[in-house]
Design a protein around this ligand. Structure first.
Ligand code: F0G
Length: 456
């Protein structure tokens, strides 16, 4: 059969809010033209994030009832630990309430002021956590990784030559760990090949630097390896995961993504010393070592989520759902980061609205307009999220200006996807009417979450 179907049926339904254009215009104004500030009852389809927005399975909901809420030594923790070990093979698994907490606890142990952490591309929370303690996050994507129109299999790869050069420039003694983000979220949701993970490990090993994976979307990355990298077509997703993690000394994960649950995360490590220090800091920052800030029932849902996410039928559906949306909008001319990733489609705002300069936030203007006409919420990943200012106050733009349409797992049906496509295509047809924007207020860190904007 050619038709891709959702590999699940619906047992419980959730009301969707249908609004008028007038209501949405008022809501946008009230939110200071920042979609993060919109109330969710003013949103029809929410593509702000794929994080924590997963629809849990009936098995996961049933497992919640089994949660053993013991403060210490909860049986639920051991189920969670076993599920994560089965996939990652790491010696120590330390639960946290979400990904950034795992980062904060790990960096409190391995990073310090002045230290340098290379990554294919840091997600904004790893960057934020490192900058917060005065460390220096360095992004080393490949050249094709930052060219939206180039079609290639593994555009999320780390640039190996740039990595070697960075180690020579900063000195191995100043690089406590190297990281790879799979899939590369800020770089367009692009996967990293097995060969690249292996080579990164080889280079880091030469200098005695451990490798940690930021592995939020490890199963999606594994599916791309299976379908795109020679030699992996007959391996199971679990086998591919085991091999990916075998090259790493540890990982941080936001389990709100491929943990198939609404909250959770972990630190994995093979180092006894790092684990011991992380556990000590965890107790201060998150909670006791067998719950790390989570309700124990969450650990039950996660244990099952980790089993469900490595199901190839699920991953095939997941990747095709995004691909079909990408195919529909690109057929109408909409420029996107090619090829489509699994968790999101990224509109290339530079080519979509070339009349708006990066410092006037073309992505934000597109995101606001998509919401205004349809109630579909998307998010800017460009100058608003990553832009900086030089000494003279001039705007320093990031490599790409994107709008992300993140697809929650198992939530939206084919007709929802058609509605999204129609909205994007409509805005594209009227793109010359998109207006430049400016900031009226911004916070010191991660400004995109809370900033206020207006049209110029
Ligand atoms: N690393 C990556 C690659 C991420 O995508 C995220 C979260 C985190 C770390 C932090 O995890 O949210 O659980 O604290 N990404 C979400 C997103 C927020 O929308 O892409 P968290």
């Amino acid at each position: 059969m050619k038709t891709h179907i959702e590999p699940f049926k619906i047992k419980t339904v959730e009301h969707i809010y249908i609004t008028t254009q007038e209501e949405r215009e008022a809501a946008l104004k009230e939110a200071f033209y920042n979609p993060f500030a919109l109330r969710s009852d003013k949103i029809t389809i929410d593509l702000l994030t794929d994080s924590g927005t997963t629809a849990m399975s009936s098995k996961q909901w049933a497992a919640l009832m089994d949660g053993d809420e013991a403060y210490a030594g909860s049986v639920s923790y051991y189920k969670f630990e076993e599920a994560v070990k089965k996939i990652t093979g790491f010696k120590h698994i330390i639960p946290t309430h979400q990904g950034r907490a795992a980062e904060k606890v790990l960096f409190s142990v391995v990073a310090k002021e002045g230290k340098v952490i290379p990554n294919n591309t840091h997600f904004d929370t790893t960057r934020g956590n490192l900058e917060f303690i005065g460390a220096n996050p360095v992004d080393l994507p490949t050249d094709i990784g930052v060219q939206p129109e180039v079609i290639a299999d593994f555009k999320g790869n780390m640039d190996i030559e740039k990595l070697e050069a960075a180690i020579k420039k900063y000195g191995a003694e100043n690089i406590p760990i190297g990281m790879i983000t799979i899939t590369n979220n800020s770089g367009g949701g692009q996967p990293v090949s097995m060969a690249n993970i292996r080579e990164t490990k080889e280079v880091l090993s030469k200098y005695g630097i451990p490798l940690y994976l930021d592995c939020c979307r490890f199963a999606e990355n594994a599916y791309f390896i299976k379908t795109r990298e020679k030699g992996y077509e007959n391996k199971s997703i679990l086998e591919i995961c085991r091999e990916m993690f075998s090259y790493a000394d540890g990982a941080t994960m936001s389990a709100k993504k491929d943990g198939m649950s609404n909250t959770g995360g972990f630190i994995g490590t093979n180092s006894d010393q790092v684990a011991e220090k992380c556990r000590t800091n965890l107790i201060v920052m998150e909670g006791f070592v067998t719950y790390g800030g989570l309700a124990r029932r969450d650990l039950e849902a996660l244990a099952i989520g980790f089993e469900e996410v490595v199901d190839e039928n699920y991953l095939r559906y997941r990747v095709n759902q995004s691909k079909e949306l990408a195919d529909t909008i690109t057929a109408a001319g909409v420029p996107i980061v090619m090829p489509a990733g699994a968790h999101a489609i990224y509109i290339d705002a530079k080519r979509f609205a070339p009349h708006i300069k990066p410092e006037h936030f073309p992505g934000q203007s597109i995101a606001c307009e998509i919401y205004r006409i349809s109630g579909v919420r998307t998010t800017e990943i460009g100058s608003l999220m990553f832009g900086k200012k030089d000494k003279d106050g001039n705007h320093i733009a990031p490599n790409m200006e994107l709008v992300r349409l993140a697809i929650p797992r198992r939530v939206y049906t084919k007709s929802h996807m058609e509605y999204i496509a129609e909205a994007v295509i409509e805005v594209y047809k009227n793109r010359e009417k998109l207006r430049p924007m400016r900031l009226t207020w911004e916070a010191e860190y991660l400004r995109h979450f809370t900033c206020r904007c207006e049209y110029i």
